[in-house]
Design a protein around this ligand. Sequence first.
Ligand SMILES: COc1cc(/C=C/C(=O)SCCNC(=O)CCNC(=O)[C@H](O)C(C)(C)COP(=O)(O)OP(=O)(O)OC[C@H]2O[C@@H](n3cnc4c(N)ncnc43)[C@H](O)[C@@H]2OP(=O)(O)O)ccc1O
Ligand SMILES: O=C(O)CCC(=O)C(=O)O
Ligand SMILES: [Fe+2]
Length: 359
Amino acid sequence: MAPSLSEPFSDSSVLIDFVINQGNGVKGLSEMGLKALPKQYIQPLEERMCMTNVQAQESIPIIDMSNPNDPEVEKSICEAASKWGFFQIVNHDVPVEVLENVKNATYKFFGLAAEVKNKYSKEHSLSNNVRFGTSFTPQAEKALEWKDYLSLFYVSEEEAFALWPSVCREQVLDYMRKSEVVIKQLLKVLMKGLNVNEIDETKESLLMGSMRTNLNYYPKCPNPELTVGVGRHSDVSTLTILLQDEIGGLFVRGNDGDNWIHVPPIKGSLVINVGDALQIMSNGKYKSVEHRVVANGSNNRISVPIFVNPRPSDMIGSLPELIENGEKPIYKQVLYSDYVKHFFRKAHDGKKTVAFAEL
Ligand SMILES: COc1cc(/C=C/C(=O)SCCNC(=O)CCNC(=O)[C@H](O)C(C)(C)COP(=O)(O)OP(=O)(O)OC[C@H]2O[C@@H](n3cnc4c(N)ncnc43)[C@H](O)[C@@H]2OP(=O)(O)O)ccc1O
Ligand SMILES: O=C(O)CCC(=O)C(=O)O
Ligand SMILES: [Fe+2]
């Protein structure tokens, strides 16, 4: 039974049934035209974005990738990864058309009927590698997040053809394929910055042996100031390549204290961030930085991150090259899939996941 406007979601089981079990997501809630945010989405005060903590004068670096081997460009990439953990790239090799196509495909997927999208939910999906969901880890969260997503873990073209939704399959595959050049350029530079000058097959696989693309949908929200699109977290990837649309709303933790820096949408750009796996492998030189997304009261927003990861079966820890060079390791070796499961089983909690690998 669909709840009516005069019958708000005071009973949580009705909300869970509508949003999660029936696959309506927060998009379904948004499209009902609710006048007030259901209480299940009200975040504690300390998790809401307070505009007085926004550093309007600061911005993360914008790096021109026309000449990726220029020593000045290499220096800015390594500095940005050490200081900010985030930067934007412009004039990279991913064609604008590919980016536009994947954004349109994202709208197409979320425009499907709830019962069609629900075929890809944790309950119904034919594979763990394809998952439509809402919030982050609803079963572990005290307050839900205002976001729906489709998560696609790449195994092979064959599996993608068999299992990924056909409305976005080609566009996501193309976005992933075309991003590979940029990913390799960035990892080469970042490894050189650690004095790791040879990326052989084993190292390449450790850095980028698996990829997951998420399509994120943040619908227009009643009372956006009371909730979050995505709560404070760092990614568990090696690197994340993020395409955002023109709406804005991504904030990155600044270098001193409780201040947050907006990542302004720039047409054709990609946002790059260091994930926990690279922080761990670089023995702390490159930083995975906390970020969050606010909810928006006027517009729907989408974003499409590619999470570039080790393989689930890889052991990750401080790279042996760094330890051989005399660095004291600050991380132990952990199985990457254990690390990711630890991340997925708890609610977003800032930078706490990385403690799982600390010595
Ligand atoms: C969704 O909102 C998000 C997502 C993010 C993501 C940030 C990233 O950095 S994602 C990159 C993660 N890395 C990888 O995917 C590569 C390595 N992959 C793996 O190690 C495995 O594929 C696996 C993810 C560990 C899943 O392995 P499997 O053997 O299938 O394990 P399960 O027991 O099925 O799952 C473990 C646990 O995680 C939950 N889960 C699995 N996949 C997802 C998913 N795509 N999204 C959300 N949760 C997922 C699963 O439900 C299990 O939990 P239970 O409680 O049910 O046991 C950043 C910010 C966001 O808001
Ligand atoms: O939507 C965004 O801008 C960022 C999303 C994000 O941080 C994530 O999916 O990990
Ligand atoms: Fe993230």
